[in-house]
Ligand binder design. Structure first.
Ligand SMILES: Nc1nc2c(ncn2[C@@H]2O[C@H](COP(=O)(O)OP(=O)(O)OP(=O)(O)O)[C@@H](O)[C@H]2O)c(=O)[nH]1
Ligand SMILES: [Mg+2]
Length: 422
């Protein structure tokens, strides 16, 4: 099974809670606060791995959860951080936010990483909240909670060379001869139903080639398998266009050539500009004279210099590879896809907004306050005092007053609400 689009769920670890603790010993009955900070949660990180060719492994495992940070402890002990989860994907994997379907990352190079969700911050222990006027804070901060999200992984294979042509022209046979791939080869159409990737070694260099399922007229509109797999040709640097010169299936090689090119062009004008090397296959099915006539006819009508090959006896294959390498050397490496990336992990801890709910109720929303209220206990006077100070310090009270808040009005922040008194 070939899998090139899959939706998975990811969740970074939550931060650990800060501890509330006071130093005690036989000699010191009332020591200062010594509650340590909670640990940071593990992050979810994608990494491109050239050892992978498909998204197949994601048909078994669709949920990835990083571990939470542990809670802080007495004696200033910080909680342990959660472990990151590293998710390996094939080079050429595009990551989309499942909700918006916007592209958030494009992993092209081997080893390239994308931190999709950062682990939640650990909460501060009560020691952190000690000041000259607040000697014994009885509160700590809870760890940041990270919501799970869904992403779509979409594979646009990164082969340097794509083998393209009508069904049965010998694409897979050629791939099996030039690379380490072992594709299925058989004498019927659409033997190949998903692209096979193979590593080609050529004179101390190497590149990746893929046989693309056979194209037929109408492929760009979805006839056959073509449309679906043309996306895998989008990023190839060179197209090897295979044409059955023997006409063994009763078609005309010149017409074949033009009709495949027209499908590529219809699918994407950019594809039509990818450099092509044309290989004329199954030369063994013609006599020498027939072959020479057909090549002459083909070249004069298409204005293309083609390379005759017979994969099964390796004839012409070296010359073909030489030509392919010549073109590859001049062609830049595949570029990342041409879209602007959208931010995915958009938690921000800076902003807030004020929403007037009715004449005497105001709600404050946003990353800044979400973060600030972690662990606030309104019934604890020191905790509440800290909270009020923070509201002042970050300009939230001022903004509420500017919005019309009066004495006695209610302020709501998430699941906390209190009455404002000057
Ligand atoms: N006589 C001859 N037969 C060949 C040659 N190359 C491939 N074939 C045969 O042609 C048939 C199709 O070969 P494949 O390599 O499967 O063709 P393909 O283009 O990958 O076909 P699809 O995957 O169906 O699109 C097989 O029976 C091969 O043995 C060749 O050079 N000469
Ligand atoms: Mg094939």
């Amino acid at each position: 099974m070939f899998l090139d689009r899959v939706k998975i769920t990811i969740k970074a670890g939550n931060g650990g809670n800060g501890a509330v603790s006071f130093y005690r010993s036989k000699l010191t009955m009332n020591g200062g606060p010594d509650g340590g900070d909670g640990g940071k949660g593990g992050s979810i990180i994608f990494v491109a791995d050239e050892g992978m060719n498909t998204l197949y492994s994601f048909s078994f495992k669709k949920k990835f959860v990083a571990t939470d940070g542990l809670k802080g402890d007495k004696k200033h002990k910080k909680g342990a951080d959660g472990n990151d989860v590293l998710i390996k994907v094939p080079c050429g994997t595009v990551i989309l936010d499942a909700e918006s379907e916007k592209v958030v990352a494009d992993l092209v190079e081997n080893g390239q990483k994308f931190v999709a969700l950062r682990g939640g911050a650990g909460g501060h222990g009560n020691e952190y909240f000690k000041t000259s006027t607040r000697q014994a804070p009885r509160f700590s901060q809870t760890g940041e909670v990270v919501k799970e999200k869904q992403v779509i992984l979409e594979l646009k294979s990164i082969a340097d060379v794509g083998l393209v042509g009508y069904p049965n022209v010998g694409k897979s046979t050629l791939l099996s001869v030039i690379s380490n791939a072992t594709p299925k080869i058989a004498n019927y159409h659409f033997t190949t139903i998903y692209p096979n990737l193979g590593m080609v070694a050529y004179k101390g260099n190497s590149f990746v080639a893929a046989d693309i399922p056979g194209l037929i007229e109408g492929a760009s509109e979805g006839v056959g398998l073509g449309h679906y797999f043309l996306k895998h040709v989008e990023r190839v640097r060179v197209i090897v266009h295979l044409v059955d010169i023997s006409g063994s299936e009763g078609r005309n090689p010149v017409e074949d050539y033009f009709s495949i090119n027209s499908e590529l062009e219809k699918y994407s004008p950019k594809l039509a500009t990818v450099p092509q090397v044309v290989a004329l296959t199954k030369t063994d099915l013609l006599t020498q004279d027939e072959l020479e006539d057909k090549i002459k006819d083909f070249e004069s009508k298409t204005k293309v210099k083609a390379i005759p090959i017979c994969s099964i006896i390796h004839e012409g294959v070296d010359e073909l590879l030489g030509k392919v390498w010549q073109v590859l050397e001049k062609t830049p490496k595949p570029a990342p896809i041409d879209v602007e990336l959208t931010d995915f992990d958009t938690r921000d801890k800076q902003s807030f907004e004020i929403v007037k709910i009715d004449e005497e109720t105001y709600e404050v929303k946003g990353g800044l306050v979400d973060n600030m209220i972690r662990g606030i206990v309104l019934s604890d006077p020191t905790s509440f005092a800290y909270f009020q100070n923070a509201l002042k310090k970050f300009g939230i009270i001022q903004k509420l007053l500017d919005s019309g808040m009066k004495d006695g009005d209610t302020v709501v922040i998430k699941d906390i609400s209190f009455t404002y008194e000057q």
